[in-house]
Design a protein around this ligand. Sequence first.
Ligand code: F6R
Length: 615
Amino acid sequence: MCGIVGYIGKRNAYQILIQGLHRLEYRGYDSSGVAMIAENGEMNIYKAKGKVDALEHYASNKDLSGNIGIAHTRWATHGEPNDVNAHPHFSQSRNLALVHNGTIENYSVLKEALSQQGYEFVSETDTEVVVQLIEYIMQTNACSLFEAVREAAKQVVGAYAIAVIEKSNPDRIIAARQSSPLVIGVGEDDFFLASDATPIIEYTNKVVYLNDGEIAVIDRTEGLNVYDINSNDESQICITELKMSIEELEKGGYPHFMLKEIFEQPKTLTDCISGRISADGSQIVLSGVIEHKEKFLNANRVIIVACGTSWHAALIGKHLIEDFCRIPVEVAYASEFRYCNPVVREGDVLIALSQSGETADTLAALELAKSRGAFVFGICNVIGSSIPRATHSGCYIHVGPEIGVASTKAFTGQVTVLAMMALLVGQMKGLVSDEKLQKVASDIRRVPALIQKIFEMNDKIENLAKIFTYAHNFLYLGRGYNFPSALEGALKLKEISYIHAEGYPAAEMKHGTIALIDNDMPSVVIAIKDNVYEKTVSNIQQVKARGGKVVAIVTEGDEIVASLADYVLEVPEISECLTPLLTAIPMQLLAYYIAVNKGRNVDQPRNLAKSVTVE
Ligand code: F6R
């Protein structure tokens, strides 16, 4: 949430900052801005409400010189999205400019105190308070920017990643982090700074992840030095080599990242499985699980914490782990878990499931569980992100950067890893026979090809979307493994088309929700051939009897449902526990095409951001 970029070196900073903002736009896109120290020594700040294109347009006739700068793309928390509240923010004397990702909880107390010292505020943001505080400390203590940022970091309460530049010292960027991510790219003779590695990768693959409680001094001649904010001890700098490629960050000819990411799933799931299932399906290797085998074998229970789409994948994970490992599993919204004084003990295994690895609530939930003695395990996508670094062990889903705000390939990657994990632990516990393991693991290996086959229905789904583009409400029904799929199908539609949609357990519908069914309320019913197939067929009949339109997602060749439903989308047969990997695909495409028909901004839906690093 909010994206920060910074550059210091010999090149023109502006192009690098703008390109970086475009790469980070998925983190927030209601306004953006840049601050640069120009060749004439002036510090210029340019800001604009709206997307980064608006900023480029605004800045096009301005002085864009300078080889040091910071930039920001915003997802508003304090103060409406407008030019004034956009970052960077100047200090009172205009000697400092600062960008911030996170929220400062004690900003009103600090603002009041600074106001009494004569500081005037132009924006409604918590961020402006930080830059004014730093300037106040510099002036009253007659200290350097580095010392003032360090002192200010001790006084602010909340989450922050900040970067500050100083007009009177155009050779340094000071950056600090607490609970919001910051990555520093180390080039040949320059440095890059960003909220994640995506703006950096085209310049260098060498990065340093700043840890919580660290402050970095990035100096043109002295290079990079990192210190502990509290002790001031110098931290050891650990350079990581990134394996990400620039092609992964481009649309590759697709009109939207979301469509590219949907169509990428055969490849991303192949990458996710690669090296983890033997060719004959007889063996699963997840080193993060195997190295901590005892924790899983002795687990009293598993708790999975997650948000949004990841929470839906977690619900499928519960079915998988309970089915194969016979360990009780609780699934919690991370935002609820962290504040409900949960009973967590030694012997519990907590899985934090997160695409970005940065979701603030999920990170806080895992820290809480860790402090109460649980073994914490992360399943994430973004390599080097905060959650994998805070856990005892974990597995990456390896589906590559997901840029579209609506999660697609990360969902199927999460379910795939959870399936492999459940099979492996079940086998280690002696509960999954070799035959069963081989059958399901071989089926996991078939998933990429089966998804490719589902894409043959693309045109059919595109046409179906035309019929439903103007629906105001949708119901998504599913049971068992596919009840979470129904929730996920509904979420996809809501977030990108802004059509109200509700996911529901198909049989539960008759206890109230059925009252909503009429000719104007289409239902997407997942009616694959599973252990409750006949019951789902009756649920379809109940909807039809009340005049509802039904789009059924069925197992290939199902003539019974075909004779009942208005429209049928077929998916190939596979082990029941893996069906959510297939049923997700037509629902992703349906949501996508409906949103496109409605003219929505599919990759950047209103009010959303990809990486939710605030509470
Ligand atoms: C929906 C979506 C969100 C995320 C949620 C958690 O399409 O993308 O609901 O799933 O914000 O994000 P992560 O998985 O990064 O923790």
